[in-house]
Design a protein around this ligand. Sequence first.
Ligand code: GUN
Length: 302
Amino acid sequence: MRLHHQNQNMQLIDGRELANTIKEEIAVTVAAYVAEGNRPPHLAAVLVGADPASQVYVRNKVKSCEKVGFNSTLIEKGPETTESELLEIVDKLNKDPEIDGFIVQLPLPKHINEQKITLAIEPKKDVDGFHPTNFGRMAQGLPTYLPATPFGILQMLDRNNIDISGKECVVLGRSNIVGTPISILLSRKASPGNATVVLCHSRTKNVAEHCRRADVLIVALGIPEYVTADMVKEGAVVIDVGINRIDDASRKRGYRLAGDVKFDEVAPKCSFITPVPGGVGPMTVTALLMNTLKSCRKEVYD
Ligand code: GUN
């Protein structure tokens, strides 16, 4: 009786639905803010190169701005753009009083130093929360812009009343934009927070053993379907951050999207799980909008 082992109470965390709910809330706030005589929040996004996934992400961010009543500016530059040209764009946006916040979409072409660009962004306008000033403020629990993906994950936990206090959380992946910051946020004395966090990476021994102890498993590796059912504890919460394109000739686009989790076999063991697509991805966008609103209303700086 296979069914005997399956958790009949598995809940899908619908990131699209939650993102739409939050966007409606933002739209109401913006409408009231504008009715008071203020100009709407304004987000700018810079895209360098021709990475198809990045193009989709950036266009989604701009589209979402329209939906909530923000102004938006999209700056698209070719793959031949130099580092100094990009630094000039960053400098202009830093100084433009009409822009509340901006992002430079990553990854950048190999000839551009991402760290150098991140450091050039004025922390007040760094609505991605990538600048070391904002990252340091996050680590110390000071007012800041939380990085969009970790912020989106916190919203998903919070709005589904998933209590992680005292729980074992395992994070797979130690990137600057997801794994490292989410591991800090989950362990912070805050709500959501107070978890016991293990951060696994490419040098970790026995990743599967760590995973099997996890009450909450956050996967941000970029390896399609890496997490299999044998790595997941019965009743675990699984948050899949991966968005991987898999060649698939049977689809009209020529590919399908897969997460870092083998969803079909893992889902039956979970209390909560996020799908791909329609999970963490849409929440990243709403987190960015929330940060831009905070910047416009000077809730972090000034
Ligand atoms: N690349 C992947 N995720 C992100 C993000 O949240 N912001 C930016 N700027 N680039 C990304």
